[in-house]
Design a protein around this ligand. Structure first.
Ligand code: NAD
Ligand code: ZN
Length: 350
C-alpha cells in the first residue's frame, strides 16, 4: 500500500486528532470553501486543537493561480513557518490545490487530505497528484507529492447533492471494472445510492487505487489502468465545458466507459455479454448525454490533447474482460467516432 496512513470511517477524526497531537506542527491551517465550511467543518472542528481557517470560493473555476496567490498571501500574513501543516477540507479542487500550495510554500510544508466528496474520497485524495488549471488547461501545473495522511469521513457525504454523489460513484464502478470481477456482480445490483452504503465501497476503491498507484507512482505504465473511461469521457467533458454546458465528470466518465467498452468489444477483448452488462448498468445509473454528431470531430481533436498520449498517438485503456485492463492501446479518431455513434445509436433503437 501507499506510504501514508489512510483512515476511513468513524475512527478517522479521532485518528486525525491523535496524529495532530503527536506531531510537532507549529501551526494548523484548515483550507475550506463556503460549502465545506458550512457542512463539514462543524463535524471536524471538535477534533482539532487551535487552528486557523483559510477560506476560498468553491468550484473548478477557482482552481487557478489567482486562488493560489491568495492562499500563499494569507499564509505569509500568518507568518507560517516550514513546520506548519495544511488540512485540506473539501472536494478534489481543495485537495489538489491545497496540496499544491502547501507543497510549494517555502519549498514545501506538510499537508493532510480530508476529502468531503465521494469523488475525492475514492479517487482524488489517493495517489499524490496535486495541481491547478492554467489557461484553460486542466491540471496543467502541478506535481506528485504524498500527504501526511488521508482521513475519510463518509458522514460528510450526507450534505452532498445526489448528482455529485452519483458522479463520484462512476469512479467506484471504474475500480470494479478494471480490477474486481467478483465484486462487480454485487455492485451492479446497487441502483439507489445512499451515503450509508458508501463506507465499504470507499474502502474497496481506496484499496484498488492505492495498489495500482503503489505499483506505478509516476504513471509509467500500470497506473494508466485508472484512465479507463477517461480518454473519450474526458474529451466529451471538455467539449461540453467549452460549449458552456458543463456536465459532471462522472456523467462523462460513464459515457466514456460505455464507449471504451465498445472499443474493447470491437477488438475482441470483451465479450458481447460483458459489454451489455456494463452498458445496461451505466445507462440505468446515468443520464444520457446527447452528443451531436457535428461535435464528433471536435471531441477527437480534444482526445488528441490528452496528457496520456504518446508521440501524438491517442492512447487508451481498454478492458480485457471485466476486472482486467490493456493499457496503451492506440485508438484513432475513427474509433472515437464509431464509439460515440454506438453510444448515441443504441439509445435511439432501445
Ligand atoms: N488528484 C487526483 O488524482 C484527482 C483525481 C480525480 C479528480 N481530481 C480533481 O478533483 C476535482 C473534482 O473534485 P470534486 O468532484 O470533489 O469537485 P469539487 O471539489 O469542486 O466539489 C464539488 C462541489 O461540492 C461541494 N462540496 C464538497 N464537499 C461537500 C459536502 N460534503 N457537502 C456539500 N457540498 C460539498 C464543493 O464546495 C463544490 O461546490 C477536479 O478538479 C479534478 O481535476 C483529482
Ligand atoms: Zn475520473
Amino acid at each position: 500500500m501507499v506510504n501514508y496512513p489512510i483512515h476511513i470511517g468513524e475512527t478517522a477524526l479521532p485518528q486525525l486528532a491523535h496524529h495532530l497531537q503527536v506531531s510537532s506542527y507549529s501551526r494548523i491551517i484548515v483550507l475550506v470553501d463556503e460549502q465545506t465550511l458550512a457542512h463539514c467543518y462543524p463535524l471536524l472542528q471538535p477534533h482539532l486543537p487551535e487552528h486557523t481557517l483559510i477560506q476560498i470560493t468553491s468550484g473548478e473555476a477557482y482552481k487557478n493561480l489567482e486562488t493560489c496567490s491568495y492562499i500563499w498571501q494569507e499564509m505569509t500574513t500568518l507568518a507560517l513557518d516550514r513546520k506548519a501543516v495544511m488540512l485540506n477540507l473539501g472536494g478534489g479542487v481543495i485537495g489538489d490545490m491545497g496540496g499544491f500550495v502547501a507543497a510549494t510554500y517555502k519549498r514545501g510544508i506538510s499537508f493532510i487530505q480530508i476529502p468531503t466528496t465521494l469523488l475525492s474520497q475514492v479517487d482524488a485524495s489517493v495517489g499524490g497528484k496535486l495541481g491547478i488549471d492554467f489557461q484553460g488547461l486542466k491540471n496543467h501545473i502541478g506535481m506528485y507529492k504524498e500527504p501526511e495522511g488521508v482521513f475519510i469521513v463518509p458522514e460528510f457525504l450526507k450534505s452532498l447533492p445526489y448528482e455529485e454523489l452519483r458522479s463520484g460513484f462512476a469512479e467506484v464502478i471504474k475500480h470494479h471494472l478494471i480490477a474486481d470481477r467478483t465484486n462487480w456482480q454485487a455492485l451492479k445490483e446497487l441502483t439507489v445510492l445512499a451515503p450509508a452504503h458508501m463506507q465499504a465501497l470507499i474502502q474497496h476503491s481506496v484499496a484498488v487505487k492505492s495498489k495500482i498507484v503503489e505499483s506505478d507512482p509516476q504513471e509509467q505504465g500500470l497506473r494508466k489502468a485508472l484512465n479507463y473511461g477517461h480518454t473519450i469521457g474526458h474529451a466529451v467533458e471538455t467539449h461540453f465545458l467549452n460549449a458552456g454546458h458543463p456536465i459532471l465528470h462522472g456523467e462523462a466518465v460513464a459515457l466514456g466507459m460505455i464507449a471504451e467498452s465498445y472499443l474493447s468489444y470491437e477488438r475482441g477483448f470483451l465479450s458481447k455479454t460483458e459489454l451489455e452488462e456494463i452498458e445496461s448498468y451505466l445507462r440505468k445509473m446515468y443520464p444520457h448525454v446527447n452528443v451531436a454528431s457535428s461535435s464528433y470531430e471536435a471531441i477527437c481533436a480534444l482526445a488528441l490533447q490528452d496528457k496520456k498520449n504518446l508521440d501524438g498517438r491517442i492512447m487508451c485503456t481498454l478492458l480485457e474482460g471485466i476486472g482486467r485492463v490493456k493499457v496503451n492501446q492506440e485508438i484513432k479518431g475513427e474509433d472515437i467516432i464509431s464509439a460515440l455513434t454506438y453510444y448515441g445509436r443504441t439509445v435511439l433503437s432501445s
